[in-house]
Design a protein around this ligand. Structure first.
Ligand SMILES: [Zn+2]
Ligand SMILES: [Zn+2]
Length: 353
């Protein structure tokens, strides 16, 4: 049996079975719970999408899937139902991403760290802007996605987390607090990041950038958010720019070695590594706006050091990373010497066999 190989007919049969049994009996019969993330919308009615997809397997392939055999989300049930031509709707809107909170936080700061009402024109404007951000796929949104009410609520979530706010915080999560603290610690830089996100959306540049593969798993790699990070990645992966940088280094008689650790791909891998090195764009995200990338903005960096730079904010410059590698080496050497010294002394005291 191939998971997900369900046909339109098999889904319609599962829906018919649902209607005949009633929701509770249908769910209980097959061991499913109520849908939490997605519902199937069919002829004006909503159905638990995971249960319907699981039962559709019975009609398509002879056996219903058990709930623990697949997920209800966009990897499995929701995707299969859509592939079969059905409409699937998210029940709950996705959590706010860092970029969205940055824009809301900037507004709250501008408003003297007070929340704003849904009728406020700035909230209405931000709501429209958030709906344009290329972060959450259409399929994950429902009709209330970032509407003025939700945006207004978020501004209060942020405002009531301010250290000087007297009273109970309304709601909000760890990411709200993290972004608020970034704004309190570096107001100019974060305001500039918010401005650059707005500007990049207005020109359409940020909508055209593909997500980077690691952004889901490490949201903290850029306090300025995913969108400016995407632009950073796009610039340093730009083939033409990298080629120009490499050519200019070679023309000046330089080596293609990592500016942080000295790794030289050709020296280690021979021909396979010849001419290879990554580039890291050294301008901080809140500084690098639109406009041309200068070759001097790019540093030669090996893949390992590049990962380490981006791993945690604030990003070290290549020179700072080099200094930390050297400090680590020196400490390791001292530790090795400390171990070797008593051993040598003990060896000398050993009687001859
Ligand atoms: Zn390196
Ligand atoms: Zn980089």
């Amino acid at each position: 049996m191939r998971r997900g190989a369900i046909t339109r007919e098999s889904v319609l049969k599962a829906v018919a079975e649902h209607d005949e049994l009633g929701r509770d009996a249908f769910l209980a019969n097959y061991g499913f719970g109520e849908a939490r993330s997605y519902v199937l919308v069919h002829e004006g009615k909503e159905y638990d999408s995971k249960a319907v997809a699981g039962v559709a397997h019975k009609w398509a392939q002879g056996r219903a899937l058990a709930p623990d055999e697949f997920s209800g989300g966009k990897d499995h049930a929701a995707a299969w139902l859509k592939r079969a031509g059905f409409q699937v709707k998210a029940i709950k809107n996705p959590d706010w991403a860092r970029d969205e909170i940055i824009l809301a936080c900037q507004l709250v700061m501008e408003n003297g760290w007070k929340g704003l009402d849904a009728q406020d024109s700035r909230v209405v404007e931000l709501s429209a802007l958030l709906q344009l951000l290329p972060i959450h796929a259409e399929a994950e949104r429902n009709e209330k996605f970032r509407n003025p009410n939700g945006v207004a609520r978020k501004t209060f979530d942020i405002a009531t987390r301010h250290p000087e706010y007297q009273g109970k915080p309304t709601n909000g999560g760890a990411l709200d607090v993290a972004v608020l603290h970034e704004f309190l610690a570096r107001p100019e830089e974060m305001t500039e990041a918010a401005r650059l996100i707005r500007q990049g959306i207005a020109t359409g540049e940020l909508q055209s950038l593909a997500p980077t593969e690691d952004e889901e798993f490490d949201d903290y790699s850029a306090p300025e958010g995913r969108l400016l990070m995407r632009r950073h990645r796009a610039r340093e992966r730009n083939k033409g720019l990298r080629k120009k940088k490499i050519t200019s280094v070679l023309q000046r008689g330089g080596r293609l070695a990592c500016e942080a650790c000295g790794f030289d791909f050709e020296a280690v891998y021979g021909d396979r590594g010849a001419g290879y090195i990554e580039c890291h764009h050294v301008l901080p995200l809140h500084v690098a706006g639109e406009g041309r990338t200068m070759l001097s903005d790019l540093a030669l960096i090996c893949a390992n050091c590049h990962r380490m730079i981006h791993r945690r904010a604030p990003w070290p410059t290549p020179a700072e990373l080099r200094a930390s590698i050297e400090r680590k080496h020196a400490a390791d050497r001292r530790a090795a010497e400390a171990i070797a010294r008593p051993r040598r002394a003990a060896d000398e005291q050993m009687p001859d066999p």
